[in-house]
Design a protein around this ligand. Structure first.
Ligand code: PXP
Length: 242
């Protein structure tokens, strides 16, 4: 079975550039509108504890202004659960968060934090928010997601993206196997992190994957070709692979 592959555009780094100077420019909401026009199926934004890029006001504006579904990336904290319940985004992707990291450097240890995650998954789910767990492609993490009743998992493709040769092929195999395991158990598999025009095709070709979330590369490419063109090219690369 091959589902249509959706593209979620992560706009965090539009806010990173804005925050470098303060003020309002460039505006992540405008970026979301352009991404929508270029063929994105969803917008992803991560409200970090330290608000280093996306701010509370951005989340409020995004939920009000954009027509596309919002995937709200959040740490498993009381504060973030409260914000999710206030804005009721289409989806909430629970990610690990370390203050010192430059980006989300690894997957969530869903297996090691089942007790903390269980009430969060339930509370968000009861509020009609589609919960996703951002995990490494390992059996124990998929089993934890099944036990927690998460409807979606997003597999962290960082290791795949940063490796080369046989090591990358191994990681792709691991992702492929875990995508199949998740799908077999009724979980919708997504993937993301570190994806570019050059490495997206093998991941996009995994038939059960329903969505890719891509940010840093697209926002960087937008400097050279514009955001609309960058998103269009990524959409095309995904479609060719699928
Ligand atoms: N998915 C999740 C859960 C993420 O945390 C990130 C990075 O913020 C991405 C996807 C996108 O990764 P990248 O910016 O490397 O494309």
């Amino acid at each position: 079975m091959s589902t249509r592959l959706r593209l979620g555009v992560n706009i965090d780094h539009v806010a990173t550039v804005r925050n470098a100077r303060g003020g309002e420019h460039p505006d992540p909401v405008r970026a979301a509108e352009i991404a929508a026009k270029a063929g994105a199926d969803g917008i992803t934004a991560h409200l970090r504890e330290d608000r280093r890029h996306i701010t509370d006001k951005d989340i409020e504006r995004l939920t009000r202004a954009i027509a596309l579904p919002l995937n709200f990336e959040m740490a498993a904290t009381e504060e973030m659960v409260g914000i999710a319940l206030k804005h009721r985004p289409h989806a909430a992707c629970i990610v690990p968060e370390k203050r010192q990291e430059r980006t989300t450097e690894g997957g969530l240890d869903a297996d090691g934090h089942r007790e903390t995650l269980a009430p969060i998954v339930k509370t968000l789910g009861d509020a009609g928010i589609r919960v996703s767990l951002f995990i490494e492609p390992t059996p124990s993490q998929v089993e934890a997601a099944i036990a927690l009743g998460a409807p979606v998992v997003e597999f962290h493709t960082g290791r795949y993206a940063h490796r080369t040769g046989a090591a990358r092929a191994d990681e792709l195999r691991r992702i492929t196997d875990m995508v199949a395991l998740a799908a077999k158990n009724g979980i919708e598999p997504h993937a993301g992190h570190g994806l570019t025009y050059d490495n997206v095709a093998p991941v996009a070709a995994i038939p059960q994957i329903a969505e890719l979330n891509i940010g840093h590369f697209l926002i960087g490419e937008a400097i050279f070709v514009g955001l609309e063109e960058a998103v269009r090219r990524m959409r095309a690369a995904m479609d060719v692979a699928r």
